[in-house]
Design a protein around this ligand. Structure first.
Ligand code: SF4
Length: 335
């Protein structure tokens, strides 16, 4: 689509058939991704961020029911056959998951796994695929690519395996890389290295990135824009400075106050959000965040707040009291 966004997700909804009936996991999720942009999707476990990525890429299980649109260059991915989607995933959208051990074949050498992706999705012959795989291993910082290509995944550390996954994701020069909690299983120093590598390599390849995480701190030096999700909905979205410095939703405030920062010497200031995310089987009425929200008022349990732009706020938030929250955010209302 000439001049339009690279990816446009509109009114995406997803549910799963279960013995409780249809359990809704996503409700009216909309956002856009521009070419080369770095978008962060943040929320606690169960917020719907991974379901969003899986719905867009056709990776939900067969009991899922998905509606809405996810247009890549104007073509709706949700209407594509499984076969076409497999090609889109290899060629145009690269994926990096939380646990590389689940994705890498334990009985296949690292180099051969990268070559396999190149051979399946491009016109390259075996010799060219081999050359490309060594080049990719070098680009993602794997030492001695010639030797490393001949090794099996279990000989690599967690961080090195995730570097290999980034190499595989970039193997066909995709337009988008979706990284779903890529650093959750890694220690903090390695996390920062992997996020930096993701940013550098995707920039070099001109790929846009969707980075999914539960930790807003990870997105600080990475994302151009941030989408905040709670209970299957987008509750706030804006550019990175708006979200960090001018949050207008109490949930975002809570996430910011529970952020772990590598450069933060005083850990005693971390304030976790009280309570737990709701089960999708038993969502609270009105605003799903109301049982945990320090700003809640009677109207909050009665009406779902729409995601909208209100006066005095430079980005949309789904809160009946977004203006007040934005104004009083410097206070200590969030416990
Ligand atoms: Fe809190 Fe009410 Fe805003 Fe929901 S709508 S986030 S409960 S103040």
């Amino acid at each position: 689509m000439a001049g339009g966004p690279l990816l446009e997700v509109r009114d995406l909804a997803a549910g799963f058939d279960s013995r409780h009936g249809l359990v809704k996991a996503l409700n009216g999720v909309s956002f856009v991704l521009e070419p080369g942009e770095r978008l962060g999707i943040v929320g606690e476990s169960g917020s719907g961020k991974s379901v969003t990525a899986h719905a867009i890429t056709g990776l939900l299980p067969s009991n899922a029911r998905v509606t809405g649109e996810a247009r890549l260059d104007g073509v709706d991915l949700l209407q594509m056959s499984k076969r076409k989607m497999r090609h889109v995933r290899g060629e145009r959208i690269g994926m990096v998951f939380q646990n590389p051990l689940h994705c890498l074949n334990p009985s296949m050498k690292i180099g051969a796994q990268i070559e396999e992706v190149i051979l399946a999705h491009t016109d390259a012959d075996k010799r060219e695929a081999s050359r490309r795989s060594l080049e990719l291993l070098d680009q993602v910082g794997i030492p001695s690519p010639d030797r490393s290509a001949q090794e099996y995944p279990h000989l690599f550390s967690g961080g090195m395996r995730q570097r290999v996954m980034i190499a595989i994701a970039l193997a066909c020069k995709p337009q988008i890389v979706i990284a779903d909690e890529p650093t959750t299983a890694l220690d903090v120093t390695i996390q920062a290295q992997i996020i930096d590598l993701l940013a550098e390599t995707c920039k070099a390849y001109g790929a846009a990135v969707i980075l999914i995480t539960h930790d807003l701190g990870i997105l600080a030096g990475f994302a151009d824009r941030i989408v905040v999700m709670y209970a299957g909905r987008v509750v706030e979205q804006g550019d990175v400075d708006s979200i960090y410095y001018r949050p207008a939703h109490p949930y975002t405030l809570g996430l910011l106050r529970s952020v772990t920062r590598i450069d933060e010497a005083r850990r005693d200031r971390l304030v976790p959000i009280t309570g737990n995310p709701p089960s999708p089987v038993l969502l609270p009425s009105g605003c799903a965040f109301h049982p945990r929200c320090p700003y809640t008022q009677p109207v909050c349990s009665e009406r779902v707040p729409p995601l909208e732009l209100k006066g005095g706020i430079d980005h949309p938030a789904a809160c009946h009291f977004a203006e007040e929250v934005a104004t009083h955010r410097a206070g200590d209302a969030v416990q």
